[in-house]
Design a protein around this ligand. Structure first.
Ligand SMILES: [Zn+2]
Length: 100
């Protein structure tokens, strides 16, 4: 499964998958799910094990400036506060975009 296209629309990341499904992920949700070691710490990628205080984020942290494709399996967003170490696999994006 791969994205046919990925587009930033307003405050959401819109992904059209090659299986014809679509995902819309709020940028705030996307940033809070950042899987990098700094943001995720010891919690899992969806933040199910919350320990300690949440990192406080400025509004610019939810401003998605751009993103790079990483190999054939992930994207790396560049956020408004300069943070760009999170690698989001397509699998994670699919999960984040699923109705909860
Ligand atoms: Zn991060």
């Amino acid at each position: 499964m791969k994205p046919a296209y990925i587009q930033i629309i307003g405050t959401e990341l819109a992904i059209a998958w090659d299986d014809q499904s679509e995902s819309y992920i709020a940028l705030e949700k996307l940033r809070r799910a950042c899987p990098c070691a700094y943001c995720a710490g010891e919690t899992d990628v969806l933040g199910n094990v919350a320990r300690g205080p949440k990192i406080s984020l400025q509004p610019s942290a939810f401003d998605l400036r751009s993103f790079d494709l990483v190999g054939a399996y992930a994207i790396r967003p560049v956020w408004g506060d300069g943070h760009s170490s999170g690698i989001y696999s397509y699998e994670l994006l699919k999960k984040l975009g699923a109705p909860s």
